[in-house]
Design a protein around this ligand. Structure first.
Ligand code: MLT
Length: 261
């Protein structure tokens, strides 16, 4: 589905009834990466997935990318869909968006689920690397990113089996979207000081074999947010919700059950 809000188009799906869960994808994916969660949860929950600007069915639009803009887009979509407070689930870059959302719109959160993500900003070298990648994408398209990233997304033991699938999940990435997201990630704020102010019940999930964002980052987040629960899933890399979907869904469900959701 698509909707136009304040002159911009956002792709999304909104399925099922019950407590609302909103899923925000990582880089350079789109909302279809959450298909295993949608399938498992739409019988018991309202499940909303959204394409960040420049991915899936959401055009990039103009101007530099920023986490604030991504978070505002999610917020505007939830207003449009008239959702009550939501459980917001963000993977990796989607986790940066979720942390920005928690900062700007804390009253909208019923819960927060941070998956394979980190709270700190890019190092200087990391941001410079993103800027160099932007130039490569301008010159040669998105393959420079997707071909480098796809093999790193899952645990080594899953790579041969899942590589085609993972590449397929990156198929809608466009140069404008990838460049906007790289700008947003390079310029993102340090969310670490704000972690202690998060009041929403929080679940932090990481793949034990995540080599893109190390599990130690999740540990740090879980230690900094009062009452947060940390789950480290075995045999899983960065794309943990897709790679170990059943276990991921089990962990998410049992956490929600404890919250009465
Ligand atoms: C992602 O999976 O969203 C990205 O790898 C995050 C990042 O590059 O910082």
């Amino acid at each position: 589905m698509k909707t136009e809000i304040k002159g911009r188009i956002l792709g999304y799906d909104d399925e099922g009834h019950g407590p609302a869960l909103v899923f925000v994808h990582g880089f350079p994916f789109d909302r279809t990466v959450w298909q295993p969660q949608v399938a498992a949860l739409r019988g018991s929950h309202r499940v909303i997935t959204v394409d960040l600007r420049g991915f899936g069915e959401s055009p990039a639009g103009g101007g530099p990318g920023s986490m604030h803009r991504f978070a505002e887009d999610v917020h505007d979509l939830l207003r449009e869909l008239q959702t009550p407070r939501v459980v917001l689930v963000g993977h990796s870059m989607g986790g940066y968006v979720a942390l920005a959302f928690a900062h700007y719109f804390p009253e909208e959160l019923r819960g927060l689920v941070l998956v394979g993500t980190q709270a700190g900003p890019d190092s200087e070298a990391g941001a410079a690397g993103r800027r160099a990648t932007i130039e490569k994408v301008r010159a040669g398209g998105v393959r420079v990113v997707t071909e480098a990233m796809a093999p790193k997304m899952v645990a080594p033991a899953s790579q041969a089996r899942m590589l085609d699938q993972v590449q397929g999940l990156m198929a809608t990435a466009t140069p404008a979207g990838v460049i906007g997201a790289l700008e947003a990630m390079a310029g993102r704020a340090d969310s670490r000081p704000a972690l202690a102010t998060i009041e929403a019940p929080t679940l932090v999930i990481t793949g034990a074999e995540d080599g893109v964002i190390l599990p130690a980052e999740s540990r740090m987040i879980a230690e900094a947010i009062e009452g947060a629960r940390l789950e480290t899933l075995p045999n899983a890399g960065h794309l943990v919700a897709f790679e170990q979907a059943d276990e991921f869904n089990r962990v998410l469900n049992s956490w929600m059950e404890r919250l009465g959701l």
